[in-house]
Design a protein around this ligand. Structure first.
Ligand code: K7E
Ligand code: CUA
Length: 625
C-alpha cells in the first residue's frame, strides 16, 4: 500500500494537493485534513488526549473468536483493557477461578459477535453490557461497575445465535435468532430430513438486574433457514423486532453456491408483544424444558417480508419508523416502512406463506431501494443525530452517507479496507450523538508494522462534525471486531473497590480469621492477600505456606484486604497451571486437586508494591507413601 493513502498521513500529501485534481474531480477521493479556517483543529489535535485527561467515549469492540471484549477510548483510539467473556484469560484468572469456571463450564473459547448495552427508554443507561457466543450458543452479561462478567447461560435448542444481541428499548428482551438450523435439542436427524426436522430458533432472553441472572423466557421455532442479523423496534415500532434470513433455499451442502440461488430471501418481522401474550395464554409447546412457539400452529405474531437475496444487516432508524436491509450480494439497500408493514398486516396484503408464516407483499412494505453509484457490498447501517444513514460497503471499502428520507447519497469516505460493521457514537439509541463513527475494517493490509503473514484488523475513527466525513485516526485491533458499541464515558460509573460482603462465607477480612480447615480429603484455605504477603493461617509457624497430602481436593479462598483502588493481587502456583486475581476487596476461590506430590512455589502475579517479589510462599504436597 502506498503511504499516501494511509489516512493519518493523508494530510501531508493533501496539503500539497489541496487545490488540485483530488478535490476538484470527485467527492470519493482521499480526504484532506487541511483546515478550512485557522481556528479549526488539525486531525492530530482532534484525537490527541493529553496525559491526565480522558477520552470522551468508551468503545466496546467485540473480540470475535478470541471470546473477549476489547475496550478502547475515543477519540484517542487507545486500547484500555481486554475483558474476557467466553474465553479463558490468565491475566485475570478468568477460566481458573471457581466463580468463572462455574460460568464457563467446559468451554474454553467462544465467538463473540455483537455487544449491546442495556437501555432505558431507548438510551444506553451505562449499567450492563450483553453479548452472545456464536460458537457455543451462549449469552453473557457484563457488569459495567467492575467490567466483569456476572452471568453466562447456554441457550438450549439452538446453535449459533449470530443475530444477537440487540436489546429492546427498556431491556425487556434480547433476541437471539440462530445462524444454523439444527433439530431441537441438537438431536440426530439425517440432513435428508432437513426441511421437516431442522429449525432456526429465536430465543427471547431476559435479564434480572437484581439477581444478576440471564434466563430464557420463550423461543420460536422458525423455518430451517439461516438467520443473520436483527434489530429491535423503537418508538412507533416498539414491541417489534426484525431479523434477516439467508439460505431460504434450505441448502444442506456447498452453501457458497447453493444458498444464493433465489432472488429473494426474507426479513422476519416479530411482534414480540403478541408472542409474549401467546405464551401467557399457553399457546406454546414445551420442548427440552423451554416454551416454544411453532408459528405454523400458533399464528399471528410473525410475518415475512421479501428482500433482495442474502441480506446481511437490518437496522432500525433511531426514530423507529423504518428498517433498512443491506443486500450483501446486491448493490442495494432496501428501506422498509413499519407503518406500511402494520397496514399491510391489518389489510392482510399477503403474497403467500412459508411454513404457515404469511408473506407480506413486497410493494406494500417497501419504501425505496437505494443504490449508491459504484458502491458494493452493503453490510450494516448506523445513524447520526440528524437521522442520516452511514452504510459500510465491504467490497468497495468505504462508508456511504445517505438520506433515508430521499435515498440521496450525501458523502463517501474510503476506509482501509473492507469494513464489516461500523459503530456510531451512541449509535443504537433513539438519539445518536452524530459526532463520530468508527469503521471496523476486516483487512488492514500494510497499515501497521508487519507481524508476519497475518495482519491485524483495523478500526478507523471518522469525524462527522465537518461538512465531509473525515478519517482522523486509525488503530490496530485483534481479531475480530464484528461490532462495537460507543457510549459517552460519563454514563459509566465504575466502583473503586469491592465492598466487604458479610454474607460471603469464603471472605476473611482480618488476619486472625485466616485458617486452613480439613474435612476428610478436602482442604479449605481461608486466606488473605495484602501488600506484600499472603496469610493463609496467621497462627501457623509459616503463615504463607499451604501443606496438603497428595490427592487432596484443595480450595483456596483468597480475599484482597487492600481496600485501595488499583491494588490487585494475583495468586499463581508454579507447575499447577493455576492463576487467579483478587481485585481490591474481592474474594475469589481457586479449586484444584493436589495430584502432583512435591514442592511448588506460589506467588503474586500482579506487581503490587516495592516488595511484590517477596509476595510468595509454598504449596507443599506430601507424597502418598
Ligand atoms: Cu456482519 Cu457477525 Cu455482525 Cu461480522 S457480522 S461483519
Ligand atoms: Cu501482590 Cu504482587
Amino acid at each position: 500500500m502506498k503511504k499516501g493513502i494511509i489516512p493519518a498521513v493523508t494530510g501531508l500529501v493533501a496539503g500539497v494537493l489541496a487545490s488540485t485534481v483530488f478535490f476538484a474531480s470527485t467527492d470519493v477521493g482521499p480526504r484532506s485534513d487541511a483546515n478550512t479556517s485557522s481556528t479549526t483543529k488539525t486531525n492530530a489535535e482532534k484525537v490527541y488526549v493529553p496525559f491526565g485527561e480522558q477520552d470522551e467515549y468508551y468503545l466496546f469492540a467485540s473480540g470475535g473468536h478470541s471470546g473477549q471484549m476489547f475496550i478502547y477510548g475515543v477519540p484517542s483510539m487507545r486500547h484500555i483493557r481486554t475483558v474476557p467473556v467466553f474465553s479463558q484469560d490468565s491475566a485475570t484468572g478468568w477460566g481458573w477461578s471457581k466463580e468463572s469456571l462455574e460460568l464457563l463450564g467446559d468451554y474454553t473459547w467462544g465467538d463473540l459477535h455483537h455487544p449491546a448495552f442495556s437501555e432505558t427508554n431507548g438510551d444506553y443507561d451505562g449499567k450492563w453490557m450483553f453479548a452472545t457466543d456464536v460458537a457455543n450458543s451462549r449469552a453473557a452479561v457484563m457488569d459495567l461497575k467492575t467490567f466483569t462478567v456476572k452471568d453466562i447461560i447456554e441457550v438450549p435448542n439452538t446453535s449459533g445465535p449470530h443475530c444477537a444481541m440487540f436489546v429492546t428499548e427498556n431491556t425487556e428482551y434480547m433476541f437471539l435468532p440462530t445462524r444454523f438450523s439444527v433439530p431441537l435439542g441438537s438431536a440426530y436427524a439425517s440432513l435428508d430430513e432437513y426441511s421437516s426436522k431442522y429449525y432456526g430458533v429465536m430465543s427471547a432472553v431476559q435479564f434480572d438486574e437484581e439477581k444478576e441472572k440471564l434466563s430464557i423466557a420463550w423461543q420460536v421455532a422458525l423455518p430451517p433457514w439461516s438467520y443473520d442479523l436483527s434489530d429491535a423496534g423503537k418508538g412507533p415500532s416498539h414491541g417489534w423486532a426484525v431479523v434477516t434470513t439467508y439460505n431460504t433455499e434450505e441448502a444442506t451442502t456447498n452453501l457458497e453456491i447453493n444458498a444464493s440461488q433465489a432472488d429473494r430471501d426474507f426479513i422476519v418481522l416479530f411482534n414480540w408483544k403478541e408472542l409474549e401474550k401467546m405464551v401467557a395464554e399457553g399457546q406454546y409447546e414445551e420442548v427440552n424444558g423451554q416454551k416454544i412457539i411453532f408459528p405454523s400452529k400458533h399464528k399471528g405474531g410473525i410475518y415475512l417480508v421479501p428482500v433482495a437475496k442474502s441480506p446481511h444487516g437490518v437496522d432500525v432508524t433511531p426514530d423507529g419508523t423504518r428498517f433498512i436491509a443491506s443486500g450483501k450480494l446486491a448493490p442495494a439497500l432496501t428501506v422498509f416502512s413499519f407503518e406500511k408493514a402494520f397496514k399491510a398486516i391489518e389489510n392482510q396484503e399477503f403474497s403467500g406463506e412459508k411454513y404457515g408464516i404469511p408473506i407480506l407483499n413486497y410493494e406494500s412494505v417497501m419504501e425505496r431501494e437505494v443504490n449508491p453509484e459504484n458502491a458494493l457490498g452493503p453490510l450494516h447501517t448506523q445513524f447520526d443525530d440528524k437521522g442520516m444513514a452511514y452504510t459500510t460497503m465491504f467490497i468497495s471499502s468505504e462508508i456511504v452517507k445517505w438520506d433515508p428520507n430521499t435515498g440521496e447519497t450525501l458523502d463517501r469516505v474510503p476506509v482501509q479496507y473492507s469494513p464489516g460493521h461500523s459503530v456510531a457514537a451512541e449509535g443504537d439509541t433513539v438519539s445518536p450523538d452524530g459526532k463520530y463513527i468508527v469503521a471496523l475494517n476486516k483487512i488492514a493490509k500494510d497499515s501497521y508494522l508487519s507481524v508476519g503473514p497475518s495482519h491485524p484488523e483495523s478500526m478507523q475513527l471518522i469525524d462527522l462534525s465537518g461538512p465531509k466525513m473525515e478519517v482522523i485516526q486509525s488503530a490496530p485491533v485483534n481479531p475480530e471486531p464484528h461490532y462495537a458499541q460507543m457510549i459517552k464515558a460519563d454514563k459509566i460509573k465504575t466502583i473503586e473497590v469491592y465492598d466487604k460482603d458479610p454474607n460471603n462465607p469464603y471472605a476473611v477480612y482480618s488476619q486472625d480469621q485466616t485458617r486452613i480447615e480439613r474435612k476428610g480429603n478436602e482442604v479449605h484455605v481461608y486466606g488473605i492477600a495484602m501488600r506484600s504477603k499472603f496469610i493463609f493461617d496467621a497462627k501457623a509457624k509459616r503463615p504463607d505456606v499451604i501443606e496438603v497430602n497428595e490427592g487432596d481436593k484443595v480450595f483456596v479462598h483468597l480475599t484482597n484486604i487492600d481496600f485501595d483502588e488499583d491494588i490487585t493481587h494475583g495468586f499463581a502456583i508454579n507447575q499447577y497451571n493455576l492463576n487467579i486475581e483478587v481485585q481490591p476487596g474481592q474474594t475469589s476461590t481457586v479449586e484444584f486437586t493436589a495430584n502432583k506430590a512435591g514442592t511448588y512455589p506460589l506467588y503474586c502475579t500482579n506487581f503490587c508494591s516495592a516488595l511484590h517479589q517477596e509476595m510468595s510462599g509454598y504449596l507443599l504436597v506430601k507424597p502418598k507413601n
